[in-house]
Design a protein around this ligand. Structure first.
Ligand SMILES: Cc1cc2nc3c(=O)[nH]c(=O)nc-3n(C[C@H](O)[C@H](O)[C@H](O)COP(=O)(O)O)c2cc1C
Length: 189
């Protein structure tokens, strides 16, 4: 698949088939994703893959963020859409796996943004490579509302921050394409 095509056709998937994703496939994709650039080549990432009971426990914790998110949902969405979002956060669309990306806190103050950007580069590599392999993902930062609880669950409360998480699995939907707005590109000569 051409990179252009992968970027254009990837969609956020929020409903999955229950079939498991082979461990070897996820290992391969994650390994490739780590070829991302990173600030000062720090490679400040740690990826977790959760399946089975551990995945269910993590999803239950992540789902608690909905109480906070709901304040914004009430402003942005109608009731039926709000109900859909609530349903999705309950089980992350039935995905058989969840990938969580953590960013290391740097030893020097003022460099956390570098760390976040480096991990985001690797995370997006993962999302695109998963799409190329036929897998669905949905980049999620809503669970940042319960970041401390998630870090505790992963035993990484000290020295690590949550970048994002994503359900991973075989898509069970073809979502509509959210239209892109205009190109915010400015050439200065
Ligand atoms: C940084 C970031 C955070 C996001 N957080 C969430 C989230 O918490 N929950 C969710 O359902 N989707 C989340 N999304 C997915 C966006 O809603 C989605 O990318 C956008 O609507 C465009 O749709 P598309 O990904 O299918 O092109 C997030 C995407 C990004 C890049």
């Amino acid at each position: 698949m051409e990179l252009f095509q992968a970027i254009r056709e990837r969609r956020s998937i929020r409903r999955f088939k229950p079939d498991p994703v082979p461990r070897e496939l996820l290992t391969k994709i994650l390994g490739e994703a780590l070829w991302a650039p990173s600030a000062m080549n720090t490679q400040p990432w740690r990826f977790f893959v959760l399946t089975g009971e551990k995945k269910d426990e993590l999803v239950a914790i992540a789902g608690r963020c909905i109480a906070k998110l709901d304040i914004r949902l009430r402003i942005l969405f109608k009731d039926n859409m709000r109900a859909l979002v609530h349903g999705y956060f309950r089980d992350l669309g039935g995905a058989p796996a969840v990938v969580v990306a953590l960013a290391r806190e740097p030893e020097t103050e003022g460099y956390m943004d570098d760390s976040f950007q480096s991990v985001a580069a690797a995370f997006y590599n993962f999302v695109l490579l998963a799409h190329e392999a036929g897998l669905g993902t949905c980049w999620m930062t809503g669970p940042l509302w319960v970041e401390d609880e998630l870090l505790d669950f992963l035993s990484h409360r000290d020295g690590w921050r949550l970048l994002a998480l994503t359900p991973v699995g075989w898509p069970d939907q073809v979502p509509p394409v959210p239209p892109r707005k205009h190109a915010d590109i400015f050439w200065l000569e």
